[in-house]
Design a protein around this ligand. Structure first.
Ligand code: SF4
Ligand code: SF4
Ligand code: SF4
Ligand code: FES
Length: 361
């Protein structure tokens, strides 16, 4: 029996249907397991529930006001309603308040088509016209720095859901960012260091990846292509031996971003190198053929020329100065098999144990 199977059972009525649940389950979890469509915005499976947006409100019999289904625990005998006209009206008004902070210019946004906020605006049929009656002038924000220069923060898009703050704590285990200010002037900003806690952003990008409103973007990246013109190419990060799985986002034959894989060893996480270090692939200065230095200048060569040149020089040094005058340094970015063959060549063919690997640095 798994720990989940050992949990005591409860019965809960949701929208007139009786369901069997597990003690400790939230109403949202139980409802979704059984196919109910409760809208959410701040909730994501990757984090503990935040209870910030109030889009998931439901009625619980005997409770005077609606409760947030993502945080409220289901209990034995509970009677829950998820789809009354009053709840839908409340969710629509809540969403309008959220959208007062976020421009509805989806056509100009890179995540147009894969945006959770846009999906909700569509579900509740909210357009600019619905927001005009509030007569709130567009809010202006001074440019706000993020905890790392690799990420750009767009306060005018930020809906203050808090996902980034929690992701930095839970997934990145850092706590480098937090809410700052009050009311309409609240933004997310680098956390203030205290005497006992000096947060240091590791540029992992977890905050950016989890933002549902495109309020965090790559500072050095180009605007990403539209989802429908982006080809996803599954691959493994080549920077170190962890083997994190990822998808390269390719638009018109150019890599414009990286999406981590949720199924690989990395479980959706990447470090700064894997997430942001893809620009070298299309960089104009990238070496695409071997170079041989002749008369003090590097000249392009083909692989046969380069390999013959290297072999001749290795043999010459060995003949003149002995095998101990040679050393080989391999790379963590090569496959294990390549590194095995490399050390075998130095030990077995050239006769020296002077062989090392950049991963030891
Ligand atoms: S990049 Fe990582 S460490 Fe830095 S603020 Fe974002 S989640 Fe926190
Ligand atoms: S930056 Fe994104 S994740 Fe963070 S609070 Fe704003 S909308 Fe939410
Ligand atoms: S993302 Fe970072 S940890 Fe993962 S394989 Fe690449 S370099 Fe290694
Ligand atoms: S999804 Fe439940 S409060 Fe945001």
């Amino acid at each position: 029996m798994t720990p989940v199977e050992r949990q005591p059972r409860i019965t809960v009525t949701i929208d007139d249907n009786l369901y069997l649940g597990r003690e400790g389950q939230t109403i949202l979890d139980l409802a979704r397991e059984n196919g109910a469509r409760i809208p959410t915005l701040c909730f994501t499976q990757q984090l503990k529930p935040l209870g910030a947006c109030r889009m998931c409100v439901v009625d619980v019999e005997g409770t005077p006001t609606p409760v947030t289904a993502c945080t409220a625990k289901a209990a034995d005998g509970m009677v829950v309603r998820t789809q009354t006209p009053a709840l839908e009206k409340l969710r629509r008004e809540t969403l309008k308040m959220i959208l007062l902070r976020h421009p509805l210019n989806c056509a100009a946004c890179e995540i147009n088509g894969t945006c959770e906020l846009q999906d909700l605006a569509h579900r509740y049929d909210i357009t600019d016209y619905d927001l005009r009656s509030y007569n709130v002038p567009p809010l202006e924000y001074a440019p706000a720095p993020w905890a790392t220069p690799l990420i750009q923060y767009h306060p005018t898009r930020c809906i203050l859901c808090g996902r980034c703050v929690e992701a930095c704590l839970e997934l990145g285990e850092v706590g480098a960012i937090n809410f700052k200010g009050r009311g309409a002037n609240t933004i997310i900003a680098p956390a203030q260091p205290s005497e006992t806690f000096k947060p240091e952003c590791t540029s992992c990008g977890e905050c950016m990846a989890i933002c549902p409103a495109n309020a965090l973007t790559e500072a050095m990246g180009k605007p990403h292509g539209k989802p429908w013109e982006t080809k996803k190419v599954k691959t493994v990060c080549s920077y170190c031996g962890c083997g994190c799985e990822m998808e390269l986002n390719v638009v018109r034959n150019e890599i414009v971003g990286v999406t981590p894989s949720r199924t690989g060893v990395n479980q959706g996480a990447l470090c700064v190198k894997g997430r942001f270090g893809y620009h070298f692939v299309n960089h104009k200065d990238r070496l695409k053929s071997p170079l041989i230095k002749r008369n003090g200048y590097f000249e392009e060569a083909n692989w046969d020329e380069a390999l013959n040149y290297a072999a001749d020089r290795l043999a010459e040094i060995r003949r003149k100065h002995g095998a101990e005058a040679l050393a080989g340094l391999s790379s963590a970015r090569c496959a294990n098999e390549d590194n095995y063959v490399f050390q075998k060549m130095f030990r077995g063919v050239l006769g020296t144990n002077n062989v090392d690997h950049c991963a030891r640095l």
